[in-house]
Design a protein around this ligand. Structure first.
Ligand SMILES: [Fe+2]
Length: 266
């Protein structure tokens, strides 16, 4: 079983149930396909779930391709060890992401996912009530370092490229109807209408609550594995624990949930 012959409706069903699903040692075997061929398979599969997102401001080597390449090594160490939802700073945050590793360190480099619906469900009743009326600002967050090398001009360029977005702190999943926490330590910077210190305390509380191990699972990658997740009900975290080694992951993100839209059609 591989991405090339995977039934997207089965994948969708599992995404609605679990938020993330994995293919272990997909077929064709990783070493039998060239990178470009694997990228084509990745893109073609992602298209069966919805419309693909355009190039990523930092990770897209080819501005005409939807492919994002997340590549780190000793000379370019990872700076993404934070829980996040992909592109929550966007005016249309993606429905799903598909990730296929191409180069892995001999040890480390796991990815974790957490369930934002379960985390919301466990909050105290009064707090849930308060959060339902609040919104938060998302921006390029931890990508700042990429631009900070160029000083103020670089930072301004980054802000212009990424833009900002304001989202409800609690979003209702359009297919499952579950309420999901939509703040993440990677990109959420402020709660609208709150004093700075109050906002910081609330966000820190929510980030700490979300990161409780009971809401998460952890995947140790092997070449040939593929992960597919729903960004509306999950966050993920890439472990930066492979100093001295390289890791390269190819990712495609999907803007709209084609299968889900069909299911909830009136
Ligand atoms: Fe990510």
């Amino acid at each position: 079983m591989g991405l090339h012959n995977l039934d997207s409706s089965v994948v969708h069903e599992n995404l609605m149930k679990h938020g993330v699903c994995f293919l272990r040692s997909s077929d064709p075997p990783q070493d039998s396909v060239a990178d470009s061929e694997a990228d084509d398979i990745l893109v073609e599969f992602a298209k069966t779930l919805g419309t693909l997102e355009g190039p990523h401001p930092v990770f897209s080597p080819d501005p005409s391709s939807p492919l994002a390449v997340v590549s780190h090594s000793s000379s370019n160490p990872p700076d993404g060890a934070e829980w996040h939802t992909d592109c929550s700073w966007s005016s249309s945050p993606p429905f799903a992401s598909v990730l296929w590793p191409r180069l892995l360190p001999p040890t480390g480099g796991d990815t974790l996912w957490l369930n934002t619906a379960s985390a919301f469900r466990d909050l105290p009743k009064g707090m849930k009530e308060d959060l339902r009326g609040l919104e938060a600002v998302h921006d390029m967050g931890s990508f700042r370092n990429t631009y900070a090398k160029e000083g103020a001009e670089g930072i301004n360029e980054g802000h212009a490229k990424f833009g900002s977005a304001v989202w409800p702190i609690v979003r209702v999943h359009p297919v499952t109807g579950e309420e999901c926490l939509f703040v993440n330590e990677g990109f959420t910077v402020h709660v609208v209408g709150m004093m700075a210190d109050e906002s910081r305390r609330l966000l820190n509380y929510l980030f700490s609550h979300l990161s409780r191990p009971i809401y998460s699972c952890r995947w140790s990658w092997s070449l040939g594995d593929v992960a597919i997740w729903d960004n509306r009900s999950t966050q993920h975290y890439a472990c930066s624990d492979y100093t001295g080694y390289s890791r390269r992951m190819h990712r495609v993100t999907i803007v709209n949930d084609m299968i889900g839209e069909e299911k909830i059609k009136p």
